[in-house]
Design a protein around this ligand. Structure first.
Ligand code: SME
Length: 157
């Protein structure tokens, strides 16, 4: 396993294309879920410098905070609540260009301005979400959706 990440400049697509094989390398041969989720969020944070990036995992019908990089965050989110709970309920990726305009958005930090939440789906069930927050407005689009959906599908849960 490579322990150093190669961080590149370039378009968003170029950055994801460089990072995803490296994430694959980090996961290769490692069965521990927490270790793998921890390295994924670290790699994403290092490449993109987002404000917050982390997983919430479904436990006893709630989303519970998992491995993340960034400031401390809310630990539990109910189904349908906030962007994360909405992504879980709908089993769909949600892109929020301006969090203040998303009804029910949960503000873990007032510095977060835009957000993308990608559900982790296994056997037709949402078992967690990947949440990414930016301190700038309108930072996420369908390119992020495509690549972040690829990233969550690399993980063996
Ligand atoms: N903003 C999220 C809550 C999680 S924090 O951003 C880390 C939401 O509305 O679900």
């Amino acid at each position: 396993m490579a322990e150093d990440l190669s961080i590149i400049a370039g378009t968003k697509t170029e950055q994801y294309e460089s990072l995803i094989p490296q994430i694959n390398g980090l996961l290769d041969g490692e069965p521990d879920l927490i270790a793998n989720l921890a390295n994924i969020v670290a790699a994403l944070k290092e490449q993109f410098g987002w404000f917050w990036v982390g997983f919430y995992l479904v436990k006893n019908n709630e989303l519970v905070l998992g491995p993340f990089q960034g400031p401390v965050a809310c630990t539990r989110i109910r189904k349908g609540k906030g962007v994360c709970g909405a992504s879980w309920e709908k089993a769909k990726t949600i892109i929020v260009p301006d969090v203040e305009k998303f009804p029910g958005h949960i503000a873990c930090s007032s510095l977060s301005k835009s957000e993308i939440v990608v559900p982790v789906i296994r056997n037709n069930e949402v078992i967690g979400v990947l949440d990414v927050d930016s301190s700038k407005y309108d930072q996420f689009d369908t390119t992020d959706q495509k690549y972040l959906e690829t990233v969550v599908n690399l993980v063996q849960f």
